[in-house]
Design a binder for this molecule. Structure first.
Ligand SMILES: [Zn+2]
Ligand SMILES: [Zn+2]
Length: 1019
């Protein structure tokens, strides 16, 4: 996973990469630096690496990220151009912000700043690594004044190249190298910034610069010479690949060019890619004038030669042109939406049309050699990024095996079973634990407690520690659940593939590699895209903690086992697990656990109403359970009818697009987005309008998974496909066309004419929906329709409360709202009513409310009179809920007034004629309603006719004088002189037992009772 090296930052280290508990780079001078991510290669001989250091505020290198292996470069030297944004108060440290094209800026602290360096200045800097610090060894200020370019000819050596490979000598700050300043100024400020904004047009030329009679020319390698309109950013006589913008004359000739930047990352190509509108067609000559919109910049007008006969003024086109000499000729062009987009073709071909070329016998052979079993039945094959995968079942052994044959030819097999092999858990452990904990049941939330995000629950059931879900939350400080509470988990079960339930699974697997992880088939299919996206986001964000790497991800997906829905399985001896359809999204399940008489139900996220991509959860599927952990997302709401909401949404969309506007529907990539696509797709009203629907972001990848797994979707979706013979989601040829956006440069097209855009994320936090919202919010005839859950602080929620003309900040840009904003409830979660129904059905002793806002949780807890039949818990993170233990906020009187059915288990410790000495189970002692019954945990039971009277026993230490008087006198004992009974026992002293091994020790005893320590009194 090599990153593109950064142009404006070079730092090389010589050393070997090591993996121990973490990854390290052992430098040649003996310094060990920890790596933030897995290196591209583990090499045990000293190798030169280009790295990015992460530096503390005191200048110490904390970790480094290896970007790539370097061919050349001077080890331990670092060069950069950056702006000083902070100065250390005491120490000579400075915080520098380094800008990169199309990447986040990078901040780092350097030591050894001199007094001339001031905040706000731009400097070219050279530094050297000494141990674990980067010390400044030379710096040159870059002034911002305009320089006279005509005087710069002389200074040709100062290029990006020499900046990195120059010798150790310092570039002194008082040496006046004006040329250098201006070069760097242009190089780092102007052009890179503008380059990022011209992504809707790209043309590269390879050649060297010539200076002739006051003008610069670019002489291409094949011999064409272009006049430069402006001074080039870097003056170099070396041939380079340049990113350029051409100015064309009306006959299509390139009159001159503007160099934007030197392109080190892109291999040169004569192809030119653009998206634009035809504004003029040549009448006699074979030319076409195209207008190319560029965000935040003047549009670019360009004349191309050889237009296609079908082209018309006003059309939006995607065009690939080829440069031939001084002309740009059209090579291909297509109308977005009517022609296939090439990149989509490729993905489709990969995942749908092609099947693996592997012979099934090869798969069977791999299975039987690696498992020793011959009775495998292969199920359908799946394309994975680097090969093919099959799942096979053996009815003989009730086990499942997974086979992967990579494109490289490498084969691996993983076998697992629905029933636990005894060896999978240490038998001794279980026996030992069985003895102590067979009745144990407790829950501790490690996330999603009094909030939504990072769902994770530690459950102790019988002898086992089971973990339910391991999600992440949108937080740079604390993205993970409180995994530190985990002791030695035996099993991880995953409810569904939303990041807040799944995102942390690779971290879990990294920490507990031997622990089985099980989910439904649908969840694992989606997990591939969701976790890959999670890794990508984490890697793109410099500030984000790197939770896992691609190796962890690959291993997690490989080891993630699947079990069918609605069927009991036994992953650990004695532990029954069942996945129950949760109706929330494809693959989502509630999880039921049972061990002996202990039972627990975790809802995950659920929805009891049908939607287009899921069948609603059926109440009757839910068993009763002692503990119910339920989501409470909409604990505070009653949803309007889903059908009505959907109709209203379509009406609203039709209204906006028929007036020529654009509708943006920010949607959760998984679930909501596919619902909306199907709703649009099947609406006759919308179809008549023939308005294209664009799909952008993670939505695309997830939708592809849906299309590949139609067998997991409701029959209505499969029927649609069979009847229409069309794909239910993406369809470029349908009316309306549903078009995936496959590159950033296509985005302006989606907004250039009336359209519907479905893009992630749903809350306008990151993702392409933010990009579209920034443009569309300012348009009066546009609309943004919010369709799902939004966090309180999210822009998606803020928007709902804004009026026309109000300002909103999106991605650090203030935007005045002109578009209309509406909210629709196409929720994938049950509302207050649905929640109430399942609570009634499950009838738990403990109702644990999680996955909701604090207000929502409390509102739900107050609502349904649940308090009278269950202990209702709204636990904080880390709080333990133990079966039988009421929540702390209830006082004993309140507890006693509850109608919670609770049983007391009594063990007979000794018995007399009509009398028993009974021991009370310790769990019952936690229930205050039983407190009046016993002080010591022991009771005396006496049959009086058909009723049993229980009396609490007190220890002798607590005797009160009156009680002593009331105790039956020893003389009574003589009434049964012939029986072996406590009354005749030598250990009976003052009505109390004095034998330390007796269960009655120190207790007032019934003289007619008896225990195992009985010994007849001597006299
Ligand atoms: Zn969910
Ligand atoms: Zn959730």
């Amino acid at each position: 996973m090599t990153q593109q090296p950064r142009l404006n930052f070079k730092f090389y280290l010589l050393g070997k990469t090591v993996k121990e508990q973490n990854y390290y780079l052992d430098c040649d001078d003996g310094t060990r630096l920890r790596l933030k991510k897995a290196p591209p290669l583990l090499i045990s001989s000293p190798t030169l690496w280009q790295v990015l250091p992460h530096i503390d505020s005191d200048g110490q290198i904390k970790t480094v990220t290896i970007e790539t292996q370097a061919d050349q470069g001077q080890a331990n030297f670092c060069s950069l151009v950056g702006r000083i944004i902070q100065r250390g108060k005491r120490e000579p440290t400075i915080l520098i912000k380094v800008d990169f094209p199309r990447q986040k800026p990078f901040k780092l602290t350097l030591v050894g700043a001199n007094d001339e360096m001031k905040v706000g200045q731009l400097w070219q800097i050279r530094a050297r690594r000494e141990g674990t610090i980067l010390k400044l060894i030379g710096a040159t200020i870059i002034t911002s004044e305009k320089a006279d370019y005509s005087q710069q000819v002389r200074v040709t050596q100062i290029t990006a190249q020499t900046l990195t490979s120059d010798s150790e000598e310092c570039i002194s700050s008082n040496q006046s190298l004006e040329s250098q300043r201006t070069n760097q100024q242009d190089n780092n400020q102007v052009n890179w910034a503008s380059f990022a904004q011209t992504s809707n047009f790209s043309l590269t030329l390879t050649g060297r610069l010539e200076f002739n009679q006051g003008n610069y020319y670019l002489l291409t390698t094949e011999g064409t010479s272009f006049l430069l309109k402006k001074m080039p950013p870097i003056v170099s006589e070396e041939p380079k690949t340049w990113q350029v913008i051409p100015s064309t004359s009306s006959d299509g000739t390139i009159a001159n060019i503007t160099i934007l930047t030197v392109e080190e990352e892109i291999t040169a190509s004569d192809k030119c890619y653009l998206v634009g509108t035809i504004t003029q067609l040549g009448t006699s000559a074979d030319v076409v004038l195209i207008r190319i919109a560029r965000p935040n910049q003047k549009p670019l007008r360009i004349t191309l030669v050889e237009p296609f006969p079908w082209m018309k003024v006003g059309q939006n086109l995607e065009i690939v042109a080829t440069r031939e000499g001084k002309f740009l000729k059209i090579e291909t062009a297509f109308l977005p939406g009517t022609q296939t987009i090439p990149s989509l073709d490729e993905t489709n071909a990969d995942s749908k049309n092609k099947s693996s070329s592997v012979n099934p016998n090869e798969v069977l052979a791999a299975l039987s050699t690696q498992t020793g079993i011959n009775s495998w039945q292969i199920q359908k094959e799946k394309k994975r990024p680097d090969g093919w995968e099959w799942e096979a079942v053996s009815n003989l052994t009730q086990s499942t095996a997974r086979v992967q044959i990579k494109d490289s030819g490498a084969t691996q097999v993983y076998q697992y079973s629905a029933t636990a092999s005894e060896s999978s858990i240490c038998a001794e452990d279980v026996e030992d634990n069985n003895h102590n904990h067979s009745e144990r049941l407790s829950v501790r939330p490690l996330g999603a407690a009094r909030s939504i995000g990072a769902s994770c629950f530690q459950v102790h059931i019988g002898p086992y520690e089971v973990v339910l879900d391991c999600g992440t939350r949108f937080s740079l400080e604390k993205p993970l659940p409180a995994l530190e509470y985990l002791e030695n988990p035996n099993l991880l079960l995953i409810s569904h593939a939303h990041q807040d339930h799944l995102g942390g699974v690779p971290v879990f697997h990294q920490r507990y590699p031997a622990c089985r992880m099980i989910c439904t088939t649908g969840t694992r299919e989606i997990a591939h895209v969701m976790l890959t996206d999670g890794l990508k986001i984490q890697q793109l964000n410099e500030d984000s903690p790197q939770l896992f790497d691609s190796i962890d991800l690959e291993q997690t997906l490989w080891r993630l086992e699947t079990m069918p829905v609605g069927i009991d399985f036994e992953p650990l001896p004695g532990l029954t697990v069942r996945f129950i359809n949760a109706g929330h999204i494809l693959g989502a399940a509630c999880i039921y656990l049972q061990y002996g008489s202990r039972s627990l139900l975790y809802t995950g996220d659920f929805n009891h109403t049908n939607s287009r991509t899921t069948t609603g959860m059926k109440l009757a599927d839910l068993p009763q359970a002692e503990i119910l952990i339920t989501e409470s997302t909409y604990g505070d709401n009653i949803h309007p009818s889903r059908k009505t909401q959907e109709t209203e949404l379509i009406e609203a969309v039709v209204d906006v697009v028929s007036r020529g506007g654009n509708v943006l529907i920010p949607a959760f990539a998984l679930g909501r987005a596919q619902e909306i696509l199907l709703a649009l797709r099947t609406s006759a009203r919308f179809q008549q309008l023939k308005v294209p629907v664009y799909v952008d972001g993670l939505v695309r990848a997830v939708t592809n998974v849906f299309e590949e797994n139609l067998d997991l979707l409701p029959s209505s979706v499969r029927n649609f496909r069979e009847q229409c013979q069309r794909q239910p989601f993406f369809d470029l040829k349908s009316s309306p066309p549903i078009i995936p956006i496959s590159s950033n440069s296509q985005r302006p097209v989606a907004m250039a004419h009336k359209s519907v855009i479905v893009a992630s994320s749903g809350m306008l936090v990151g993702g392409p929906s933010v990009y579209y919202a920034r443009v569309l919010l300012e348009r009066e005839n546009a609309a943004i329709f919010i369709c799902g859950y939004t966090d309180e602080e999210s822009p998606g929620r803020q928007l709902q409360n804004l009026q026309t003309g109000d300002l909103i900040e999106l991605d650090e840009q203030k935007i005045s709202v002109a578009a209309s904003v509406k909210r629709f409830y196409l929720s994938a979660h049950a509302d207050k009513v649905g929640l109430g129904q399942i609570i009634k059905q499950v009838n738990p002793k403990h109702l644990v409310l999680i996955h909701g806002s604090v207000d929502g949780l409390h509102s739900l807890a107050r609502a349904g009179n649940y308090q009278s039949s269950s202990y209702v818990h709204i636990p904080a993170e880390g709080e333990v809920i133990e079966l039988g233990v009421p929540p702390k906020h209830l006082n004993p009187t309140q507890v006693a007034s509850l109608k919670i059915s609770s049983e007391v288990t009594l063990h007979v410790e000794s018995m007399g004629d009509q009398t028993y000495l009974l021991k009370v189970d310790s769990s019952a002692q936690q229930d205050p309603r039983f407190w009046p019954l016993f002080g010591t945990g022991r009771l005396q039971g006496v049959w009086k006719g058909s009723s049993l009277t229980l009396t609490a026993l007190k220890s002798t230490n607590e005797h009160s004088p009156t009680e002593t008087q009331e105790t039956p006198s020893e003389t009574l004992d003589n009434s049964h002189p012939n029986l072996d009974s406590c009354g005749l026992c030598q250990f009976l002293v003052q009505s109390c037992c004095t034998h330390p091994d007796s269960p009655l020790f120190e207790l007032k005893v019934d003289p007619q009772g008896i225990c195992s320590q009985f010994q007849l009194k001597n006299n």
